[in-house]
Design a protein around this ligand. Structure first.
Ligand code: PLP
Length: 407
């Protein structure tokens, strides 16, 4: 069988979701105050809470954490995530407790969360050195509700790459330990949990990111919906965005299109590197946290449109993932065929790797996350089936036995 020819324009996978003229719309869309108001109203209604628009997802998450927790509290965080989440937890004055993931879903389960909680209690106890550490067997019995020496008060649900967690089990676990649930929809807007409830309608607060490659993508922006009564009052971000951030968001899709075209003559990479050098393009991980600024009005307008178009029956996964052995080799083969993926979600348990050392990630407690970070490849869902045909074939030749994560 002869394969359709792959169009070789996937430079770094950058802004590909803005191809076919999307960049022009992005450049020309005019946003007004009423677009921000309409988006806020839409979010308040959809997620049944008080919505506010934020500069990006991490700022929204920081505000959510400030609203429901005290400085020094600890929150359970998925052990396979991006630096933005860690940054938000720290910025809110909290401590992340990383929970290992289940390899099939890339999410923690209630059992893994219970293990992490027990582990954390033992550390706290050992440091207090009052109680000798007992051999640990069943975590559930040891960590009763509100152990005073544990400060774990919250749990952030991420639904990694659009794979929903078993929400019933997580909710029961959270209730048992009196934990406040925060839902982070950066990967999963529109997805439904196994019990058919939509993500973002369960926790105390819901956080959205409108950043590059997220499930709602307007280059930057984010939102927070406070559902439960807050412990601490939060002021809605109201300052207009910096002009430089506004322009970066406006032009990024056009730069992406330019660099993809230049890839034909081998200059796409150079252009993009140059734009990053002079800060006309910003890498996602470097987007700054800012609790006072709102997104651009045109981004609010585009985000509303995308939200309204979310499919009724749940979105497909944000990215399909596979575990391969010898990932470097797979990458090389993919590149030979014209697939240039900038990076994988995720190349480290907390990505990108240039920030990984700051995190002090507990690798020995999260073996599945470490494994996933070494073996995962994933393909974004904004490519067409046809485009991905060859990529899938290449990947399938290198699959780890029985570790095919894709459905
Ligand atoms: C990207 C991301 C965020 C934050 O998004 P920004 O808009 O880039 O700040 C939060 N949570 C997860 C899981 C993400 O992947």
């Amino acid at each position: 069988m002869s394969l359709p020819k792959v169009r070789k324009h996937y430079f770094l996978g950058m802004a590909v979701n803005y191809s076919s003229g999307g960049w022009l719309r992005h450049l020309c869309t005019v946003g007004r105050r009423k677009d921000c108001n309409a988006l806020t109203r839409f979010l308040s209604r959809k997620y049944k809470g008080k919505a506010m628009l934020c500069k990006n997802g991490r700022s929204a998450l920081t505000l959510a954490l400030k609203a429901y927790f005290e400085p020094g509290d600890e929150v359970l965080v998925n052990g396979f995530t991006c630096y933005a989440v860690y940054e938000a937890v720290k910025a809110a004055g909290l401590k992340p407790v990383f929970v290992d993931i289940d390899r099939e879903s890339l999410n923690f389960t209630a059992e893994l969360a219970a293990d992490a909680m027990t582990g954390r209690l033992e550390v706290v106890r050992d440091n207090g050195s009052e109680i000798a550490s007992e051999p640990r067997n069943d975590g559930r019995e040891r960590s009763g509700p509100r152990d005073d020496r544990s400060r774990i008060r919250g749990i952030i649900i991420q639904n990694t790459l659009g794979n929903p967690v078993d929400i019933k089990a997580i909710e029961a676990f959270a209730r048992e330990h009196d934990l406040t649930i925060i839902e982070d929809l950066a990967h999963c807007a529109g997805v439904r949990y196994p019990d058919r409830r939509e993500v973002g309608t369960v926790g105390a607060a819901t956080v959205l990111s409108f950043g590059k490659d997220k499930s709602i993508d307007t280059v930057s922006g984010g939102a927070l919906i406070l559902r439960d009564p807050c412990k601490h009052e939060i002021k809605a971000p109201s300052l207009r965005p910096k002009l430089s951030d506004h322009l970066r968001a406006r032009f990024y899709p056009m730069f992406g299109a330019m660099s993809r075209s230049l890839t034909y003559i081998g200059l796409g990479g150079a252009l993009m590197r140059c734009l990053v050098q002079i800060h006309w393009v910003e890498k996602s991980a470097d987007n700054r946290l800012d609790l006072k600024r709102r997104p651009s009005k045109f981004e609010a307008r585009l985000a509303l449109k995308q939200l309204q178009e979310l499919r009724k029956n749940g979105e497909p996964a944000l990215r399909e993932f596979y575990y391969v052995h010898n990932r470097d080799k797979v990458l090389k083969e993919l590149q030979k065929e014209g697939y240039y993926f900038g990076g994988f979600w995720y190349e480290k348990p907390v990505s990108p790797s240039r920030y990984y050392r700051k995190v002090h990630f507990p690798e020995s407690e999260c073996p599945n996350a470490v494994y996933a970070a070494e073996h995962i490849v994933n393909l974004p869902n904004y490519y067409t089936r046809r485009d991905l045909l060859r990529a899938r074939q290449i990947i399938k030749n290198h699959l780890e036995e029985g570790k095919d994560g894709a459905n």
